[in-house]
Design a protein around this ligand. Structure first.
Ligand code: N01
Length: 544
């Protein structure tokens, strides 16, 4: 090892200090006693919650489920204030976790990993950063997030715009003052649907540029009482265990019945009750077949359209807001606070850019095929190059100098969504091909981190130098991911899950739709079988 702190050898390098990187560091360093360093582009921990500071940003998972579960004291001592945790509170929580486990001393902030090459001559990863670091590490582990590579569409004229513009995923830390301003928001996905009602309250005028209308369910956000939290904390063991083995990473009793086997009144009664309760329970606890049977799904879709008709005063605006071209929840399901009501405000207009697309951004605003809209601020709530974008921004190379970007040119390939064949000792926390974004993230992250740290421990104990996914096992897993997805309604929407939002990106369904519990079981079986599907290379030749 050299004495220069920028040129070191470590057991592990982890990229990213969000939920994944923080827990990975804890496991590697405090549980396994290995040397590890996390590189993080931001100047503090938080990952997605560090970058996403747009107005109204909060998580769609209930707060008592959106947290680490690995440490019982941590879970008991933290008190959430709201039903859905707001971005500043999640950031405070992650800061508390960093403090409590003294994580920051092994996180190098304001440092972006630019390259990671597997050195076959050394059996080590060589990692380089934009700060001039060059590190050799036995294990290269990514916690880069699934939706971290922001996408500002390539619209002609953006450079000429005289006002200010921001992407929701790179929001200024000092905030943006919309008071009295003419604001345009492009995009009505999770970020837009959260930001639009809050911006509307402050802006002089808000114009929403909508390409695809959305189904969204009221979140029914509010504060949580100490009594509620006490009750939940008293049952944490049971709640967390059930979440770990569930499809979506929650402990909700997921519905099994069919929407087609009840009469119209009963179906409406069930939907109404779930609508009143709010949140993802509408999707998970009403009928089991709305995620895979189009006719069942149509009943939920029609119910939501009826709600839009009820809420929005102007019939023409209501019509524009009605999703008809894709099934409910085939794009990421949305929950909101006052989203549809916002279109009843005098200072809000909706522009349908599906039928009159944006032609250019001008010095003064946005020009569509039908006219020009003068704006002081443009907000791009236009999403991300999901799942693969963050990897493609790093020059990652495996055996023979093969670039991961090339390997993934026709869609991402990795065994279990964790390990690309040809990239030994590389592990991706919530990589493409794992349940990741289709589940509440903390339990799905914990499952991955624990799998990786158990695997690393196994390698250390068994004198294994390299673990590499077998190409055949990888191909079988990728086929399985596609097969499971093909039975769902996800395939019927142009979503970022399929890469459809990025021009030229191959249309491949990236997350694993089999559910967290099923995936956990498969991973456990693989581990118990001595990490089946991996080729393990011993440090010393093993005598038989
Ligand atoms: O991005 P999106 P997001 N011209 O891709 C439109 C997570 N998340 O940032 O639907 C015009 O969903 C695009 O239109 P269309 C969550 O997993 C979670 O909102 O492609 N419009 C769409 O309306 C989520 O799924 C939380 O036709 C363009 C919007 O922009 C993921 O992050 C909060 C366009 C993009 O929607 C991403 O959400 C926030 C163009 N060129 C995010 N390009 C919570 O937990 C795109 N659009 C609460």
């Amino acid at each position: 090892m050299t004495t220069d702190t920028r040129h070191v050898e470590l057991d592990a390098v982890v990229v990213g200090a969000g939920f994944s990187g923080m827990y990975m560091l804890y496991r590697l360093r405090d549980v396994l006693g290995l040397s590890a360093r996390v590189f993080e582009a931001g100047d503090d921990v938080g990952g997605t919650w560090y970058w996403n500071r747009y107005p109204g940003a909060r998580c769609d998972s209930e707060s008592y489920l959106y947290c680490f579960t690995f440490d019982k004291d941590l879970a008991q001592e933290w008190t959430w204030s709201g039903k859905y945790p707001e971005q500043p509170e999640i950031l405070r929580y992650l800061s508390h976790v960093a403090e409590r486990f003294d994580l920051r001393r092994d996180i190098q902030f304001e440092t972006r990993v630019t390259a990671a090459h597997f050195r076959e001559d050394l059996n080590r990863w060589e990692i380089e950063t934009d700060q001039g670091d060059r590190v050799l590490a036995r294990y290269f582990i990514t916690g880069v997030g699934c939706i971290s590579a922001g996408q500002v569409p390539d619209i002609k004229g953006l450079d000429s715009f005289q006002g200010e513009w921001h992407h929701t995923g790179a929001w200024p830390h000092e905030g943006v003052d919309f008071t009295g301003k003419r604001v345009g928001v492009i995009g009505t996905g999770s970020s837009g649907v959260q930001a639009i009602p809050v911006i509307a309250q402050q802006a002089g005028h808000l114009t929403v540029f909508q390409r695809t209308p959305q189904y969204t369910i009221p979140a029914r956000h509010g504060t949580v009482t100490p009594e509620f939290l006490d009750e939940v904390k008293g049952r944490y063991d049971e709640i967390f265990e059930k979440s770990r083995w569930s499809r979506g990473g929650t402990h909700y009793d997921e519905a099994e019945g069919s929407a087609l086997e009840v009469d119209d009144d009963e179906r409406r009664r069930i939907y109404e009750a779930a609508w009143e309760q709010g949140g993802f329970k509408f999707l998970l606890t009403t009928f089991g077949d709305i995620t895979f049977d189009r006719r069942a799904n149509d009943t939920a879709a029609e119910f939501i359209r009826s709600k839009i008709r009820e809420i929005v005063d102007d019939p023409e605006t209501a019509e524009k807001l009605m999703p008809r071209d894709h099934p409910f929840a085939s794009k990421r399901a949305l929950i909101d606070t006052n989203y549809f009501d916002t279109y009843n405000r005098e200072n809000v207009d909706l522009v349908d850019i599906r039928h009159a697309p944006i032609e250019a951004i001008t010095a003064n605003g946005i020009r569509t095929r039908e006219g020009e809209y003068e704006l002081d601020v443009i907000v791009f709530a236009t999403g991300y190059d999901g799942m693969t974008g963050a990897f493609n921004r790093i020059d990652i190379r495996g055996r023979g100098g093969e670039a991961l970007k090339e390997k993934w040119a026709e869609g991402p390939k990795a065994y279990l969504g964790l390990s690309p064949a040809g990239f030994p000792n590389m592990f991706m926390i919530t990589g493409p091909g794992s349940p990741s974004v289709l589940s509440n993230m903390p339990p799905t992250i914990e499952q991955h981190v624990e799998f990786v740290s158990d695997f690393v421990e196994y390698m250390v104990e068994h004198g294994i130098e390299l673990a590499e996914a077998d190409a055949e096992a990888e191909a079988e897993w990728v086929d399985h991911v596609n097969e499971v997805a093909s039975k769902t309604l996800y395939m019927l929407a142009d979503s970022w899950y399929l890469g459809a939002n990025i021009p030229g990106k191959p249309r491949v369904f990236m997350p694993y739709a089999g559910g967290l519990g099923v995936y956990r079981e498969k991973c456990n079986e693989i581990a118990e079988a001595g990490y089946e599907g991996y080729v393990l290379q011993s440090r010393e030749p093993v005598e038989v």
